[in-house]
Design a protein around this ligand. Structure first.
Ligand code: XIL
Length: 484
């Protein structure tokens, strides 16, 4: 790959933008509080949901007050990742002093718009305050500093996040470990220690290792692959690998899908977590067409791998992309241009997701209640059986998150399951993962997705969702499961 190195030095100019963002947090919090009623995303999020996936964006608090920005973000995406607000410099700027203003505003905005949240990121060499990087701690102290950071931050968001990027960018391109302060002080074991701390702090968040230049099969992705394989053998709690996917125009690795599949075959989820496809500016129609084809190709690669759970683009609009600040001469890497108009890349993605190839009108608002896509019914197999248990894991003002565990209660393996219930108080699901949803009034039907239909006897699998409630939030009196 010919990607320019992305080191902390080259990010320095952009970091000042992150600093400015903090000053706008108070304003963003007010905006989040007065935003309208929750509605599931339409647009790309809805198309992805019909395929059992999510389509997300990085979200920046300091832009949420701009109506064009918020309109596109809320209409198109059903998952968000805080672009800077949950990083170490934002959450623990000085030792033991935690601030969650920016992250809380993003989570609240997401909850109000039916979007799940990927937490980003707990342990990273960049955007790390100097009290950590230059603290001169010994291994034992730095380990406890790291564990304390994770237990506080992941503990604060416990039950509210779909996933966490627990450790970010720990490898060099040649597959050796990056010489971060964590690596040089604690050694190789810091990554496993971080995952253990994250699991203890938030048992329901999916725990990811996240990195760039690991999209194709190469020395770096193979080093990550070997680490994940070892973690699975050793019982270190890892659930997923995030491929950042910061690409250069025309350079989607031809083995992206094969690489996703080899990770999935280790028993982890995979996701494209920070997608952008940068080009030398100015853009022209030829480059934009290539970019559209590149976005379509990476979307299809994900859809072709059953454990590729979703795609996140690293920003709503070219206008605020990090790319021009870090890669001189490059820009225009996202799906919406500087004026929030959908680019050819948008139709590349929507076409790949099975939608039309028309662009949304620039001012269109989110669809209030998209009709869930109907799934074909399959007749339950009488020789196979399952049960389902419903558990609320978190509840907040007018919203909640629940987890449903499906258990194979028969003596032979099942190949699929369908869980149904009726909500007693008009609750409405806004976002569901690890299942395919259809809700009609109070009645909810959830079917397995391709990667979790097969369950061994006595084995179980879970799906989760967020939903809106008002007035009451009773637990359904019966939750039934049919196996096939
Ligand atoms: C970037 C943000 O987009 C910028 O606003 C910030 O100044 C620097 O960080 N890999 C990551 C992301 O994991 O957190 C980075 O985000 C982009 C590269």
């Amino acid at each position: 790959m010919t990607h320019p190195m992305m080191d902390s030095t080259s990010r320095t100019p952009a970091k000042t933008l992150a600093g400015l963002a903090a000053t706008a947090l108070a304003a963003a919090a007010v905006v989040a509080a007065v935003t309208g009623p929750a509605s599931a995303a339409s647009g790309l999020g809805q198309l992805a949901a019909a395929q059992g996936r999510y389509f997300g964006t990085a979200l920046a608090n300091n832009h949420l007050g701009e109506s064009a920005y918020a309109t596109v973000a809320d209409r198109e995406f059903n998952s968000v990742t805080p672009e800077n607000e949950m990083k170490w410099d934002a959450t623990e700027p000085s030792r033991g002093s935690f601030t969650y203003t920016g992250g809380d505003a993003i989570v609240s905005h997401a909850q109000g718009h039916g979007q799940s949240v990927r937490g980003h990121t707990l342990v990273w060499h960049s955007q790390l305050p100097s009290w950590v990087s230059n603290g001169g701690f010994n291994a034992a102290t730095l380990t406890s500093v790291m564990q304390n950071h994770i237990s506080n931050v992941a503990g604060h968001y416990k039950g509210k996040l779909y996933a966490w990027d627990v450790v970010n960018e720990a490898f060099n391109d040649d597959g050796t470990r990056r010489q971060s302060v964590f690596q040089t002080t604690i050694g190789d074991s810091y990554i496993a220690t971080a995952f253990q701390a994250a699991r203890a702090a938030d048992p329901t968040a999916k725990l990811y290792y996240n990195d760039y230049n690991i999209e194709g099969i190469n020395s770096k992705s193979t080093a990550v692959y070997n680490m994940v394989k070892a973690f699975k053998q050793q019982g270190v709690p890892i659930d997923g690998v995030g491929l950042q996917t910061h690409l250069i125009l025309g350079q989607v690795p031809s083995d992206l899908q094969a690489n996703l599949q080899r990770f999935a075959d280790l028993g982890v989820d995979v996701a494209l977590t920070e997608v952008d496809v940068r080009m030398q500016t100015p853009a022209d129609s030829g480059k934009l067409a290539t970019q559209s084809a590149n976005y379509a190709a990476l979307t299809k690669a994900c859809l072709n791998v059953t454990r590729c759970v979703g795609i996140t683009v690293w920003g709503v609009t070219d206008k605020y992309s990090w790319v021009p600040d870090v890669f001189a001469g490059y820009g225009a890497p996202l799906l919406f241009d500087n004026s929030f108009n959908a680019k050819p890349a948008y139709t590349g993605v929507s076409g790949a997701l099975g939608g039309g190839t028309s662009s949304p009108s620039p001012s269109a608002s989110p669809t209030a209640s998209p009709s869930p896509s109907a799934s074909p019914t399959s007749s339950p197999n009488p020789g196979r059986s399952c049960s389902a248990t419903y558990q609320k894991v978190n509840e907040w003002n007018n919203g909640f998150q629940a987890e449903v565990t499906v258990t194979n209660t028969g003596s032979s393996s099942i190949g699929g399951w369908t869980v149904t219930w009726a909500f007693p108080n008009g609750q409405k699901i806004t976002q569901l993962w690890n299942g395919t949803l259809s809700q009609s009034g109070a009645n909810v039907t959830v079917r397995n997705v391709s990667y979790n239909g097969t369950v061994a006897p006595n084995g179980s699998t879970t799906f989760g969702f967020t939903a809106d409630w008002s007035g009451g939030n009773g637990t359904p009196s019966s939750v039934t499961c049919a196996a096939s």
